[in-house]
Design a binder for this molecule. Structure first.
Ligand code: URA
Length: 433
């Protein structure tokens, strides 16, 4: 079999056979298929799509490309959550601690930033010492003892995804339903979780820009999960503006801690506790999502979720005093530059992907696969869609390690609108079960 024939078949719109998909995944993992041929096939899949059969076969082959974690030693229903990726989407970080403090084991396997979106692992690595790569046994022990761990797809979990993910990030082939479905579900099936909730983002800052595409992705993800016997559901949520106020790795850790101190921004709290409510039902500690949401709110208010978060950071070798004094422990940018509103009115548009790109250009995200991140940089929005603002008042603060950020200011001015009136967008559109 030749890779060039597989590329040709997909480029021409043919359905790939199981053997062709196996050959591709094997070749990616062994390194026999060079990156340029993998990238060419990814681009062909991007344009031609995949049938349901190809999509689930690709997922299973990627999942089988590595180890399968056996979490059966951890008592209880193991519940994980994943997001398809957004800007300012730090939900997984406080959520793991919130749900763990309800007594539900949360073995969370997360990813890095992709395209203009941030990644949970990159954010956690802003905490000095935090290890996202721990051994399988340490992972199992930590989830058994403290109920949560957030790690990367370590060692040999879906190694095919690791390579494909990095190439998609730099070849603009991220926003493809079969590639996202294969990437997420191969890792989640291999990670051995019993139940999974997927936050499918929709809008300008999401990989799926329309509700229809997001619904199709949600159905593909849930279909694959249920097909292997996993308890699986998806929630389609808004990404037409960044989530919360902070964008950037260290800034997002600080905002996550604020949420756990019962002082988080409204949209972030609402989404975290709503998803947590569903996880509480999946984990069999609540009978309805509403009851579960209430329980989540309680562990935030009584400090139990914050204590769980501190414990998780310590377990994963991070400096847990970040919880007590985030500014002292997290890396700080040299410059804080305000962006004043040019007119008086109501914020009516914040193009989320461009705000993500602005943060990436400051050094908070990768432009090339091997770029080193600057954890301290980012953007803090003082106003969101629907908020009134006076001319001259600060719209946002740019955290930067370079003094001249004229390019970033222009990019942000071009992508934030102030009009006479606007209201906050819907946060949660629908659930797919
Ligand atoms: N998260 C993943 O793990 N993979 C994707 O492709 C998108 C989001």
């Amino acid at each position: 079999m030749r890779m060039v024939d597989i590329i040709h078949a997909k480029r021409s719109g043919s359905e790939l056979t199981d053997d062709q998909l196996q050959f591709f995944v094997d070749g990616v993992v062994s390194g026999e298929i060079p990156d340029y041929q993998t990238s060419a096939l990814l681009m062909a899949i991007y344009f031609q799509g995949m049938t349901d059969r190809e999509q689930s076969t690709l997922t299973m082959k990627m999942m089988e490309s590595g180890d399968h974690l056996d979490l059966s030693a951890i008592p209880g229903v193991k519940v994980d959550k994943h997001s398809t990726g957004g800007v300012g989407d730090k939900v997984s970080i406080p959520l793991a601690a919130v749900v763990a403090s309800l007594g539900i084991p949360v073995p969370m396997i997360s990813g890095r930033g992709l395209g203009h979106t941030g990644g949970t692992l990159d954010k956690l690595e802003a905490i000095p010492g935090y290890q996202v790569e721990i051994s399988e046994q340490e992972f199992i022990d930590q989830v058994t003892k403290d109920k949560c761990a957030i790690i990367g797809a370590t060692g040999n979990i879906a190694p095919a995804d690791k390579k494909i993910y990095a190439l998609r990030d730099v070849t603009d082939t991220v926003d493809s339903i079969p590639l996202i479905a294969g990437s997420i579900m191969s890792k989640k099936i291999a990670s051995g979780t019993d139940a999974l909730i997927i936050d499918v983002k929709t809008g300008s800052g999401a990989f799926m820009k329309t509700l229809d595409d997001s619904r199709n992705l949600a159905k593909a993800l849930v279909g694959i999960g249920k097909g292997v016997g996993m308890q699986c559901m998806a929630m389609i949520t808004d990404m037409n503006q960044p989530l919360g106020n902070a964008i950037g790795n260290a800034l997002e850790i600080k905002e996550s801690i604020e949420l756990l101190k019962n002082n988080g921004p409204h949209d972030l709290v609402e989404l975290t506790t709503t998803i947590g409510g569903y996880m509480a039902v999946m984990g069999k500690v609540a009978s309805t999502p509403e009851d579960g949401k209430q329980m989540c709110q309680e562990v935030i208010e009584n400090g139990q979720a914050l204590a769980s978060f501190k414990k998780m950071i310590a377990d994963q070798h991070g400096n847990e005093t970040v919880v007590d004094d985030p500014d002292k422990v997290l890396p700080q940018a040299k410059y804080q530059i305000e962006l004043p509103a040019k007119v008086t009115g109501v914020v009516s548009k914040i193009v989320a992907d461009e705000v993500g790109i602005a943060s990436m250009l400051l050094g908070g995200g990768r432009q090339k696969a091997d770029d080193k991140l600057d954890y301290s940089v980012g953007i803090y929005l003082h106003h969101k869609i629907g908020d009134a603002i006076q001319s001259g008042e600060s719209l946002l603060t740019i955290y930067s390690n370079r003094e001249n950020v004229d390019d970033i200011k222009q990019l942000l001015y071009d992508n934030i609108e102030i009009s006479d009136s606007a209201s906050a967008p819907t946060l949660i559109y629908e659930t797919i079960e």
